[in-house]
Design a protein around this ligand. Structure first.
Ligand SMILES: [Zn+2]
Length: 496
């Protein structure tokens, strides 16, 4: 069964067909780097990490682009308010690029902890001003944008004469305008309240500014993704991803910009949106007290959760829900995820044991075929619009069978070594290569060392010198030397 993906544009699931097979281009809207990443920021990168890993597993060379927004993202979607980066920089008395660098570094570290492979290209908006100005010029040339007082706005009603703005989010003009009323103050440069900024004239106090044909200013937030996806993936590419909250206006504007430019495309053939995360049943918010940064989540307890949860537990938790469904983080849900994650990891250890005792002979054909069919299930569910919860359930079914085989040599002989090897490889591949779940060292080295030293002291008191020597040698292998002092047993790093 080929991979099927749900496309927000067509509102249907369809077999995935690359534009330029076998290569696949994927663009994911990345972070605006002005603050710490929170739990909600983890979902998109994890989902699209699994998608790109799976595409690679299926044999597609993938070019995965995830941008860094370091300019142009204003506080309000109505093109008003301060630039988020500049505001943070002003508050912390830093250069805006210092703020961007700081949070981009932290973001990359967090994503690595969550097991997300780095993107192939990570373009920054501020490094692509030329491309963005070029795209605005095309849109103006094509009659879909106008200049006003040094700013340039996209002309939505004009665009609507030929296209349909709101096609992706399925929003009517009234829906698009809902909530923008208060934001209209100071927006009199726009011919229509639907219009959005492609370029904003920089006020005198604005720090991040570039020269342009319309005077000094900075690009509108939506523009960077259109310009950079075209530069690195082509005018028409395969998959554009992002959170559901970006569908409108951000992605709607991206499509309008690309259709209105010389690209004349929807950018991506398939638009994929991951759903949102709530915490204890409510939208994350600082005032509700359930806002959790990734740093706090991993260190715990934070945001109404009673303890810390490790990055791999969080990754498993995110994959337990289908990416298009909302997911609620709570102690119960995260503890269940921890249990599931550890079970999967124990499965990997069981496979090593099973491999050692695997029969060389082929088994009974029906038993072997049945095991192979069970092992094929996880990938079949991934083929179905990346259904990770069902893939995980299928992995647990397979694990159950492995446990049965481990306990019953007769059943193991029936399945045969070949089918067992193939099933074990399938399990390992889906768990580690595709879902990206890896063993996380859970033991606390300090505590283990203290335990070893207590055994050492006990053996010494019992005059069990053979045991004393074994413990000394084992710790020495780890670069630790034991010291008997008047105060008791101590340890130091071996300086050899
Ligand atoms: Zn974007």
């Amino acid at each position: 069964m080929p991979l099927s993906l749900y496309n927000t544009l067509t509102r249907a699931k369809a077999p995935f067909q690359p534009v330029r097979p076998p290569v696949v281009g994927v663009y994911l809207c990345g972070p605006t780097v002005y603050s710490e990443a929170h739990l909600g920021n983890a979902r998109g990168p994890v989902v699209f990490d699994v998608l790109t890993r799976y595409l690679r597993h299926l044999g597609h060379p993938v070019r995965y682009v995830r941008n860094i927004t370091d300019v142009g993202h204003l506080e309000s979607d109505a093109d008003t308010g301060e630039d988020k980066l500049e505001k943070a920089a002003r508050a912390q008395r830093l250069e805006p690029m210092q703020v961007a660098q700081h949070y981009a570094n932290r973001y990359r570290a967090h994503m690595a902890q969550l097991g997300c492979l780095p993107p192939d290209i990570e373009p920054q908006a501020s490094g692509h001003i030329t491309e963005q100005i070029g795209m605005i010029e095309e849109i103006v040339q094509n009659g879909f944008a106008y200049e006003a007082n040094g700013s340039v706005y996209f002309d939505v009603p004009r665009y609507d004469e030929h296209h349909r703005y709101g096609r992706l989010s399925n929003r009517s003009v009234a829906d698009q305008l809902a909530g923008t009323r208060e934001a209209l103050a100071g927006q009199d440069e726009k011919r229509s309240p639907q219009d959005f900024a492609l370029w904003k004239r920089a006020a005198p106090e604005h720090i991040m500014r570039w020269p342009s044909p319309w005077g000094e200013g900075f690009p509108g937030w939506h523009l960077e993704c259109s310009a950079m996806s075209r530069k690195y993936l082509g005018a028409e590419f395969d998959i554009h991803g992002g959170g559901l909250d970006l569908m409108f206006p951000h992605h709607e504007c991206e499509i309008a910009q690309s259709q209105g430019s010389h690209s004349h495309t929807d950018e991506a053939r398939v638009w994929m949106h991951n759903n949102m995360i709530t915490v204890n049943g409510a939208k994350m918010s600082k005032s509700v007290g359930n806002f959790i940064t990734l740093t706090d989540l991993f260190a715990g307890p934070a945001g109404g959760l009673s303890q810390a949860y490790s990055p791999m537990v969080v990754r498993f938790f995110l994959l337990q829900a289908h990416y298009r469904s909302p997911v609620d983080a709570s102690d119960d849900a995260l503890q269940a995820a921890r249990k599931g994650y550890r079970k999967l990891m124990n499965g990997l250890r069981l496979l090593d044991k099973l491999a050692a005792g695997a029969p060389a002979a082929p088994g009974r054909p029906e038993a072997a075929a049945e095991l192979r069919a069970l092992a094929a299930k996880p990938a079949e569910f991934l083929d179905d619009d990346l259904n990770t919860p069902r893939a995980l359930a299928a992995l647990f079914d397979l694990l159950k069978r492995f446990n049965t085989l481990a306990a019953a040599p007769a059943a193991l002989a029936e399945a045969g070594g070949e089918a067992l090897g193939a099933a074990a490889a399938a399990y390992r591949t889906v768990v580690t290569d595709v879902l990206g779940l890896r063993d996380e060292p859970r033991a606390n080295a300090e505590e283990l060392l203290a335990l070893a030293l207590s055994f050492y002291a006990e053996a010494k008191a019992d005059k069990a010198y053979a045991k004393v020597d074994v413990i000394r040698a084992a710790l020495k292998d780890q670069g630790i030397v034991i010291k008997d002092t008047k105060a008791g047993v101590e340890w130091a790093y071996s300086e050899e």
